[in-house]
Design a protein around this ligand. Structure first.
Ligand SMILES: *Cc1c(COP(=O)(O)O)cnc(C)c1O
Length: 432
């Protein structure tokens, strides 16, 4: 039997098989949870070869672990990348993606439409490293071009941006980043590789919060950085961590030594070794379970989101619905090009009656859980203005698509009729 790993196999096959082989020691068909910190060296020469990166193997689980390695190979395959590094959370993955590219005084150019936590990470926390971020409207291509300068080391956006269902024209953006000689990093959390494959649209790196749809049931936090293997890190002198001798690894030149796998090897040998944002094997196990059903879940998330969004749009108690899967959305025309299997399961809508009505609505829901999460099999809701965006000014809330009258929902895989009945009764209570 051939090993069902390669690109000749379909997505539904690869989401189950990529990276996983029967356990060589026991034949176990499901990937074992290698709950171990360290691995015995065959002898001193073997240990030296591993530490010199002359032989690939396992040393210590801060760097590599067999369970986590299966997940890395699986996500890399599903995204069409050459390698991947898993981390402890989506936010850790973002730092791990930027770390080899950045140094004090350098900047990233990022979309204004990002996950709220990413806006905070990029506008405040990365400054402690001496990094800067310029936020621009990624629909304004001239503004993106103008924001890139000699110190820019990455362009960053989401494929389908949380929460407003905004879809980025990745082809247009990657043309700009290519012309500037800087990598494009795409957060593909909301879309997942089933709905969108950013590397096919020119992304250099893809980052994930595996906490969300990839795991799919709200059990563990995790993240991942996938490398396309397509960026020439030695084309100019902008990326010395990858092209120049690395003093933290006895002068090794990562790009020269590892070619298209340079970024992945650097992520493990320097990133995980020194930053320690490692995914644990238990988390990798849960996420591996999740990836096995990814396409099935995403199909239902999309089908339910379309049904619910269409119902909400017709309801007189609702002001507007921002779902790119609706014909009325300005981003509907990008669905076919960027995410042809659907616009995902996440959107916002505005309830007539503003802040008070939203609070009553969220309190009245029975199936939907009021949580700060998304991408669960369970339907979830959050009223951003009274929770995640509470600290923002009214103008900032509006700009973020999180005004007082807006709620965000993450549509689960339950029966659409039950979801609509729940929304219906809660909207009635909100109006009373
Ligand atoms: C949740 C999320 C993150 C952050 O991921 P964590 O796993 O919570 O650290 C980043 N980007 C997007 C789009 C997200 O939804």
């Amino acid at each position: 039997m051939t090993d069902p790993q390669g690109p000749d196999y379909g997505f539904d096959t690869l989401q189950i098989h990529a990276g996983a082989r029967p356990d060589p020691a026991t034949g176990a068909r499901q990937t074992p949870i290698y709950q171990t910190t360290a691995y015995v060296f065959r002898d001193a020469d073997h240990a030296a070869a591993l530490f010199n990166l002359q032989e690939v193997g396992f040393i210590y689980s801060r760097l590599t672990n067999p369970t986590v390695a299966v997940l890395q190979e699986r996500i890399a395959t599903l995204e069409g990348g050459v390698g991947a590094v898993c981390c402890s959370s989506g936010h850790a993955a973002q730092i791990m993606a930027l770390f080899p590219l950045m140094s004090p005084g350098k900047n990233i150019v990022a979309s204004t439409r990002l996950y709220g936590g990413t806006v905070t990470q990029f506008s405040h926390t990365i400054k402690r490293f001496g990094w800067e971020c310029t936020f621009v409207d990624f629909d304004d291509l001239d503004a993106v071009k103008a924001a890139i300068n000699d110190d820019t080391r990455a362009v960053f956006c989401e494929a389908i941006a949380n929460p407003g269902g905004y879809i980025t024209d990745l082809d247009a953006i990657s043309k700009i980043s290519d012309a500037a000689g800087v990598p494009l990093i795409v957060d593909n959390t909301s879309a997942t590789p089933y709905l969108c494959r950013p590397i096919e649209h020119g992304a250099t790196l893809v980052v994930h919060s595996t906490t969300k749809y990839l795991t799919g049931n709200g059990t563990v936090t995790g993240g991942c950085v996938v490398d396309s293997g397509k960026f020439d890190w030695s084309a100019n002198d902008k990326f010395p961590s990858l092209s120049e001798p690395e003093p933290a690894y006895h002068g090794l030149k990562f790009h020269e030594t590892f070619g298209p796998l340079a970024f992945t090897f650097h992520g493990i040998a320097i990133g995980l070794r020194d930053l320690g944002m490692t995914m644990n094997p238990q988390a990798a196990h849960y996420t591996l379970m999740g990836t096995e059903t990814l396409s099935l879940r995403m199909e239902r998330h999309v089908e339910n989101a379309e049904t619910v969004a269409q119902w909400l749009e017709k309801d007189p108690r609702v002001d507007y619905v921002t779902y790119a899967g609706l014909k009325s959305s300005p981003y509907n025309k990008r669905v076919k090009k960027i995410c042809p299997k659907g616009a995902g399961g996440l959107f916002t809508f505005a309830i007539k009656g503003g802040y008070e009505a939203c609070v009553k609505f969220v309190n009245a829901l029975e199936i939907f859980s009021h949580v700060a999460n998304l991408g669960d099999t369970r339907s979830l809701v959050i009223h951003s203005a009274s929770t995640t965006h509470r600290q923002l000014s009214a103008e900032q809330q509006e700009a973020a698509g999180a005004g007082p009258g807006v709620v965000r929902i993450s549509i689960g895989t339950e029966n659409a009729d039950d979801l609509i009945a729940d929304l219906d009764q809660a909207l009635s209570k909100a109006a009373s």
